[in-house]
Design a protein around this ligand. Structure first.
Ligand code: UGA
Length: 429
């Protein structure tokens, strides 16, 4: 099939490379000419495990092309995926101006039948606006269908999530669009949920919000565990064996971040309010998450009393491991809180330092975890990168001024840390 993917961000580029890998002929379009030029030269705009290899392979075999022109992509392809950003406005409402702009361009480029698929995460009933706008700008009699196909990929495992998904959700209005989209995913074996368009849109927002709820729930349990002498990791394990609860997404920590959960929750709350429903549970989820970041900063203070001129070595800056993404990473708020109390921050992250430098002021960025820990009054773990689990803790201790570790992601074992002579505090145990 000939597929045009509009947007070369995380979702768009992964979707393009993976559809090419499935044997389709793909044009990935983005209005950022520099990004497109770099991609043509083989330079990736962000770090995502396995993606660079797929892009190179499919560039070589001719199945993956890049372009800065929507007209070019739409003219050549029958199936069009919209994967542009939907960032949050101040009040939480999703900013759909990029989607609208792209839709107008698609409308103007229509020639013959097209299936236009909304893949960006959008508020429910955005499909109606897409259909309306394509109709408005393409002139009478344009032949097209609008469909919804939300993406569930996670940064850091995006390629795997695309090629081996738990499910594929497809919202369509008719048989023609259903057949075409199913054909695009024919080689992927997994449950395929075919439904109407608003339901497909709701599935995406409801899924992300539920996952964020799980995290805030276990963080709340962790806070209580600390007060009563229980261990949240064992509590989560004990809960997780119940298949109705499940083991995943029950890791207590420094709170969720990234460009999906915070923004999708805000958008879901906003759309609920607009429809006259107060989504109180999600407002509590947001509140718990904000408080969780403050609680981690408070732990450092509780260990060191006065923070002025204390040196804190932060291990991990990205919002989660295996990504260089710093967007809404809990590390940003936590570091700022420590700095406002006068602490001096040294930091190391295996992948996110270039992005972190653009967002964090007054931080000394170090070449590895050991140099970040050197001379510190406290080491604070904020992202659970595997390489931190494998650190030589004896060496780390010798390098620190005093051996205090606040483990914001529970990567170490409390008994072992005590044995090694650390003053150690995790989350919820
Ligand atoms: C999330 C969803 O997991 C994807 O299914 C979805 O497609 C994506 O958003 C999206 O809407 O595009 P992502 O933001 O890449 O994916 O990251 P997650 O792995 O879900 O982690 C989000 C945050 O939750 C991270 O900050 C992570 O540290 C935190 N988290 C996760 C916890 O604190 N505890 C957990 O148990 C799990």
């Amino acid at each position: 099939m000939k597929i045009c993917v509009i947007g070369a961000g995380h979702v768009g580029l992964v979707t393009s490379a993976c559809f090419a890998q499935l044997g389709h002929s793909v044009i990935n379009v983005d209005n950022d000419k520099i990004r497109i030029r770099n991609l043509m030269k083989g330079s990736m705009p962000f770090f995502e495990p396995g993606l660079e290899r797929l892009v190179k392979e499919n560039r070589k075999n001719g199945r993956l092309g890049f372009s800065a022109s929507v007209v070019d992509g739409v003219k050549k392809c029958g199936l069009i995926f919209i994967c542009v950003g939907t960032p949050p406005r101040e009040d939480g409402e999703a900013d759909l101006s990029s989607v609208e702009k792209v839709v107008r361009k698609i409308a103007r480029s229509l020639s013959g039948y097209k299936t236009i698929v909304e893949k960006s995460t959008v508020p429910v009933n955005t499909w109606k606006w897409i259909k309306h706008t394509v109709g408005l700008y393409s002139g009478q009699g344009a032949d097209f269908d609008v469909a919804v196909n939300p993406e569930f990929l996670r940064e850091g495992s995006a390629v795997r999530d695309f090629l081996k998904p738990d499910r594929i959700v497809i919202g369509v209005e008719n048989e023609r669009a259903r057949k075409i989209i199913l054909e695009a995913y024919r080689k992927i074996k997994c449950p395929k949920i075919i439904t109407n368009l608003p339901t497909a849109e709701m599935i995406k927002h409801a899924s992300n919000s539920f996952l964020a709820t799980k995290i805030s729930y276990i963080n709340s349990v962790a806070n209580l565990c600390e007060k009563v002498g229980a261990d949240v990791q064992s509590v989560a394990q004990g809960m997780g064996y119940d298949p109705r609860i499940g083991k995943a997404f029950l890791s207590a920590g420094a709170g969720y971040g990234g460009f999906c959960f915070p923004k999708d929750l805000a958008a879901f709350i906003y759309i609920a309010e607009k429809n006259g429903y107060d989504f109180a549970i999600l407002k509590a989820v947001q509140k718990v998450n904000e408080e969780q970041k403050r609680a981690v900063a408070r732990k450092v203070k509780e260990a060191l009393w006065v923070l002025k001129d204390k040196v804190i070595g932060v291990l991990g800056l990205s919002f989660k491991p295996d990504t260089d993404d710093m967007r809404l990473a809990p590390s940003i708020d936590i570091i700022k809180a420590l700095q406002s109390d006068g602490a001096r921050i040294k930091a190391f992250d295996p992948a996110a330092m270039a992005n972190a430098k653009k967002l964090l002021r007054g931080v000394r960025f170090c070449k590895n975890a050991y140099s970040a820990a050197e001379g510190c009054d406290c080491v604070l773990v904020l992202t659970e990168w595997d390489e931190f689990r494998d650190l030589d803790l004896g060496k780390l201790k010798r390098l620190m001024k005093i051996p205090v570790i606040i483990d914001g992601r529970n990567i170490f074992k409390p008994e072992q840390m005590k044995k090694l002579g650390f003053v150690y505090k995790g989350i919820g145990r």
